[in-house]
Design a protein around this ligand. Sequence first.
Ligand SMILES: Cc1cc2nc3c(=O)[nH]c(=O)nc-3n(C[C@H](O)[C@H](O)[C@H](O)COP(=O)(O)O)c2cc1C
Length: 150
Amino acid sequence: MSRRDCDFRWRCSRRCVPFGRDNVPCRRGALKRAGADVLDVSTGQTVADQRPVYGRMWQTPFADRIRNEIGIPTIAVGNIFEADHVNSIIAAGRADLCALARPHLSNPAWTLSAAAEQKFQEQCWPEPYLSGKAQLERNLERAAQAVGPV
Ligand SMILES: Cc1cc2nc3c(=O)[nH]c(=O)nc-3n(C[C@H](O)[C@H](O)[C@H](O)COP(=O)(O)O)c2cc1C
């Protein structure tokens, strides 16, 4: 069972940090006991004095704390838009999954493109798209050769 959790707050005392005093992650222990297998961690931005810090991967600190302080697997969301963002979040143990929304609005085949860029061969492509896969991989290879060894 997955649950979308949106009521985390960017409350300010002196410093703006994820979780104010009234919003400690321990409250999520109740969700774990209730049988939540994974939490999709978003922020509701529901209080007037919030001071969200927008930027790349901006909600990942919440997913990180819930995963590592409570022990519930998490899905990180929010301005994650490159495969490297996903890989670094997962490799660092900050979340168990990443979900991307807006990148798919400009490129519905974002996952396919990212898999080709990462040379991830296990990605399943719809059969009618396979000529696009071959072309993309060829072009990526040519671009890499043009740049030369990094
Ligand atoms: C068109 C659109 C509609 C959305 N609607 C909702 C919504 O109704 N409730 C909600 O909690 N999040 C909503 N979201 C937020 C997404 O669920 C997701 O958490 C967020 O967009 C992830 O960040 P990203 O778009 O930077 O990848 C929406 C996002 C988009 C792009």
